[in-house]
Design a protein around this ligand. Sequence first.
Ligand SMILES: NC(=O)C1=CN([C@@H]2O[C@H](COP(=O)(O)OP(=O)(O)OC[C@H]3O[C@@H](n4cnc5c(N)ncnc54)[C@H](OP(=O)(O)O)[C@@H]3O)[C@@H](O)[C@H]2O)C=CC1
Ligand SMILES: O=C1O[C@H](COP(=O)(O)O)[C@@H](O)[C@H](O)[C@H]1O
Length: 491
Amino acid sequence: MANKSNTRCDLMLFGALGDLAQRKLFPALYQLERANLLADGSRILAIARTDVDTDAVRSQLREKLTHYVKPEEMDAELADRFLQRVDYLRLDFSEPEGFGALNDWHQQGSGELIVYMATPPSMYGVIARNLRAASCCTENTRVVVEKPIGHDLESSRVINDELGEVFKESQLFRIDHYLGKETVQNLIALRFANNLFASQWDQNHISHVEITVAESVGIEGRWGYFDKAGQIRDMIQNHLLQLLCLIAMDPPSDLSADSIRDEKVKVLKALRRVTPDMMESHVVRGQYTAGTSNGKPVPGYLEEEGANKGSDTETFVALKAEIENWRWSGVPFYIRTGKRLPEKLSQIIIHFKPAPHYIFDPDQKHLANNKLIIRLQPDEGMSLKILTKDQGLDKGMRLRQGPLELTFSETFENDRIPDAYERLLWEVMKGNQYLFVRRDEVEHAWSWVDQVIQNWRDSGAPPKRYAAGTWGPVASIAMITRDGRSWYEDA
Ligand SMILES: NC(=O)C1=CN([C@@H]2O[C@H](COP(=O)(O)OP(=O)(O)OC[C@H]3O[C@@H](n4cnc5c(N)ncnc54)[C@H](OP(=O)(O)O)[C@@H]3O)[C@@H](O)[C@H]2O)C=CC1
Ligand SMILES: O=C1O[C@H](COP(=O)(O)O)[C@@H](O)[C@H](O)[C@H]1O
C-alpha cells in the first residue's frame, strides 16, 4: 500500500508502560506501520517512570506485540523496523525539571508533535503545565487524552480547565474508543446514507430502542481503578451515551467534527433527568457474585484480587433513558452494560412499531414488529427482521419472521476490520477531530450521570447481586417487562 501520510509525526506517549499503551496503543501503532501509514522519520518517545533503558523497552514491546497482534499479522522484520522508531525516557510526570529532555528529543526530529496521555486523568493538567514550562508545545501540537475525563462534572471541569489553560479546544483529542470502532462509525453511514431508514427514524415508526454492551470479563486486575469508577462512570458516561447519541441525533449538515458534535450535544441536553422517584422504575444497579464464565468457575467482585470486601461499586447498570424532543417523545431507550455477563456482545436493536391495521392471524400479532439488529461486536453486521408468508399449501397466510442479513466478514470477506485505536491514532495524525469528544459533550454526559449517582448515594441502597455468567440482576428484566417488552434474544 502507498504511504498515504505525508506528515511526519513525533509521538510522545506518556504512560507507555501501562496497560492501555502495551495492550492497545503499541499494537495499533504497529498496525499503522504494517499499513505503511507511518511516514518515514516518524518517531515515538515512550515515557514512564520505571528505571529501564530503550533496549529493554523495545524487547518488552516485541514480546507484547507477539502476544497482542494476531499471529498471521505479526512480522518480525516489520516489528523490528517499527521498534526502531521507539525511544524510552524515564520521567516522573510531576517533576518539571525532567521535561527539558522532551524538548531536546523533539528538537532532534522534524515531525509534528502529538502528545498522548495514557495516564490517570489526574496527571493531564500536570503534564500540560510541565510541557508548556519546557516550551515543548506549539499551537499545532495535538494532545490526546483518555476517558474517563474526571470522576464527575466538577472534576471533569477542573481537568478540562487545566488542559484549556495550555491548549485550544481544536488541539484536544478526547478519546472514546467506541467512536473508533468501524461498526460504530457505520451507524452514521446506516442512518444518513440510506434514506430508507432516515424516513422511519422517529417516534412515529419506532417503539423502543435497546442498547446492550455486555462483557464476559471481570475486573482483570484493574480493581484499584474500577472500584472508584464503577460501571456507570466506566461505560455509561462515555461509550453507552455516545452510542445513544449516534442513534438518536438529528442528521448533521456535513461530516465535520463540529456538525456531528453539535447534534450529539442536542441529544444529551434533551435526556430526561432521572429524579429520585424514577429510580425504582428506570435504573438497576448490580454487582456480580461468584459464578461461571466460559464454563469455568470465577470469583465474585468482592473476591477479586485486591478487593475491598465492603465495596458496593456496581459492575452492572440497566437504565431506561428518555429523550425529550419531537423525534423521540415516548420512545424509551433501554440500555444495559455489565461485567461477567454470559458473553461479549455489543448490539443495538431498533424495534419498529407494527403496521397501523393488522389483518393476519391474531395469534401471531406479537411477531408484527420489524426489528433492526445492529451487531457492533463480535460478528459485526446487521440483520433486519421482516415478516414473510410461511411457505406451503397448508400454511394459509401464516406469517414468519426472517432476516435480511449483512455479516461484514461474509459480504466483504477481504476487508480487515481495524481496531478502534488504529483508526483513532490515524485520525489524530491527520488532525481530524470528528471521532473525538468535545468538552461540552463530556460535561453534559457527566451532568446526566451525576444525578443518577447522587440518587444512588441518597438512597443508600446496595447494588443488586447477580451470579457471574448471567444477564444481570432479575430487576433489569423486570424493568423492561413492566413496559410489556423484553430484552432481545436471538432465537
Ligand atoms: N487500560 C484500559 O483498557 C483502558 C484505559 N483507559 C484510560 O487510559 C489511561 C491509562 O490507563 P492504564 O494504562 O490502564 O493505566 P496504568 O496504570 O496501567 O498505566 C498508567 C501509566 O502511567 C504511569 N504513571 C502514572 N503516574 C505517573 C507519574 N507521576 N510519572 C510517571 N509515570 C506515571 C504509570 O507508571 P507506573 O506503572 O510506574 O505507576 C503507568 O505506566 C487512564 O486514563 C484510563 O482510564 C481508558 C480505556 C481503557
Ligand atoms: O473503556 C473501557 O472499555 C472496555 C470495553 O471495551 P471493548 O472495546 O472491549 O468493548 C472495558 O472493559 C473497560 O472496563 C473500560 O474502561
